[in-house]
Write a new protein. Sequence first.
Length: 156
Amino acid sequence: MQKLIIIGLAFTLLISGCDFVKKVNPFSKKDDSMVEYQQSQDSIRRAEILKKQREEALREQAIADSLRKAQEAEDAKIKAMSRYHLIVGAFKTPSYARDFNEKILAQGYDSKIIESDNNFNLVTIKSFDNYRSAVNEWRTIRSQGEHLVWLYVRDE
């Protein structure tokens, strides 16, 4: 009887380590490889979709930035082409010019900063292509007495 128990134990130990028995055993947990494969493919697809969405968003942002910069450059070019400027401040230090420009903008003027021939940062209230219009506006602003204004004529 002891021999039979020992043989049974040895047989059980040998069989439990066999791959064939593990595959055939109805009580063992089966791997559902198809479900796992589909889940992995779904996660890969989601990751690819997210990557494409991020790339598209970056591309759209780059286009928007490019358009904005082009528009700013065009505005600056048009503004610089104006020959006559009504100036309310001239600063050697750019930060002082920016601060003063913000103050003038807060007062409701369409103020810009232009650089003069001698590297001063000039704060303009308005710019004109026509001398007569510039002088008329200069007289109007001067009569209001709110700002000390002078006319700057840019060389062509």
